[in-house]
Design a protein. Sequence first.
Length: 530
Amino acid sequence: MSRPIRVLLIEDSDSDAQLLLLELRQNGYKPVYERVETAPAMLAALTRQPWDVVIADYVLPSFSGPKALKLLQERGIDLPFIIVSGHIDEDTAVASMKAGAHDYVMKDRLTRLVPAIEREIQEAEVRRARKREIAFRLAIEESIPSGIVAVDSEGKFNYVNSVFCDMVGWTEAELMGSKPPYVYWPRDKIEVHQQALARVIEGKTPPTGFELCFQHKNGKRFDVLLLANPIKDSQGQITGWLASVTDITERIRAQDALRRAHDELEVRVQERTADLKATNAKLENSIQERARLEHELLEITEKERRRIGLDLHDDLGQKLAGITMMIKGLEIGLKKKRLPEADSAHQISELVTQAMHHASGLARDLSLAELEEDNLAAALNVLSENVKKLFQITCRFKHEGSVPQLDRNTITQFYKITQEAVTNAVKHGKTKQVAIHLVNTDSTLMLTIRNDGMPFPSMIDQNKGMGLRIMKYRANTIGASVDVKPAKPTGTVVTCLLPLNAKTAPGKVKAAHNGHSNGKPLKTRVKQLL
């Protein structure tokens, strides 16, 4: 396979350029190139894209290899620069190399071209890597808030960063080459510092470092933490030491203040502990009471929904049916008498029939199904079958993995969330297909209800839709979460996630396959109110 290479050609002869490109292709390269003959064209090419190598003729009508090399150098671009010429003597070639060209190749000896390019590309990458390494090291050293110093085996400075210079007030030039006692050692602390230095030389630097006192050039003293490590050569011999110096003056002051504050805090903590225990007990009672009230609220809501559904179906629905029959009879009688009021009676009959169907639909929505069994998978399966019958749509249910043993309230809320999602899909989404999927991923129980209808009206703001708010409220009472998103290419996906570690009993897993639990038939009763 050909290897790509980006070549910028400084060449006025197209035929010579094609010979160079042919040499590259014959050696397994696929060159992407641009041929330029002037300085502006070269600048434009350098701006337009990066290049792997620059190949330049030595002499051009209005340009030259040396000028191209100087232009490259002025812009700080490090690229392999190879001069290829048919008329260049050895002295000129050597001068070009001294000026910065990486190699030169005679046009009648192009076999040297590819090896020279490959060698110089590798060396350019090494140079770039070395520059990155130096820049990275300098960036780290200058970004560290501590002073960094390096001394040789005699304690003479051979490196210091700007942070340390700012810390002590002396410049790098003033510090480089200096030996102990250093100028930033307070005169009355020299013995302490010399003892610390001796311990460093003996390899007895404490892991926590030395806390010492330095003196700024202006005479101001400050506390520092000094950490020192030996510098070793390739044979493992110690050639010096590298030390980091951190100003800890504020930290020591803060520690003193902290000790005073700690004593005061201990007294306050003891005083507040008793109050917090009492408050915590009240809070726990409030949380339990709120949970109880939330559960009762949901139960009351379900009972009210069922009551309204029964009233709509058994009372209003029957009365509307009776009114429809009476008006139909009136319509027939008026038609027999050929009275014009027969048309009005017919219109009234149609309106009452529509009202009866609307009431029936409301009753159906309010009382889709009532959970009577403690097996979530089986109950959702029955719900799926009911949806098919009630709404005359396709509804599939499947589950993966064993369904864990859940408490009654958790099962109920999962079931009701599914009911609400299905109702929304039929009522608002006008869906024709619903898929209910229950998956146990060991750590999470995931329920998804997917439909192919229109997005819910409240998809833009999920906090405004009452149905969505109820689903989220139900999920919250059992520690689950509900998310509603558009499906692709159309429809809506409702996802309910329940962390299992909070709702399952270890070692107690209830299998739910084909409508059976632990080998026993399920007793699931679904009350249909139509």
